[in-house]
Design a protein around this ligand. Structure first.
Ligand SMILES: [Zn+2]
Length: 58
C-alpha cells in the first residue's frame, strides 16, 4: 500500500484539507502542506488514513 508521510517531521498522521478547487494533503502533527492530491488519488489517501487510525487505536 502507498504510504503518506510528512517529509518534514516524518509523521504518518496526515489529513485531507479540501479547498475550493483542490484537495491538499496536510501533516496532522506539524501542519505542513505536503502536496495536492488528485481526485483519482483521494480514495487512496482516505484508505491510508483509515487503516492508520486502526493501527493507532490498537
Ligand atoms: Zn509533519
Amino acid at each position: 500500500m502507498k504510504q503518506y508521510a510528512c517529509h518534514k517531521c516524518g509523521s504518518t498522521d496526515v489529513f485531507l484539507d479540501e479547498r475550493a478547487n483542490q484537495t491538499a494533503l496536510v501533516c496532522g502533527d506539524c501542519g505542513t502542506w505536503l502536496k495536492w492530491v488528485s481526485k483519482k488519488e483521494i480514495p487512496l489517501v482516505k484508505r491510508f488514513i483509515e487503516s492508520n487510525k486502526e493501527v493507532n487505536n490498537g
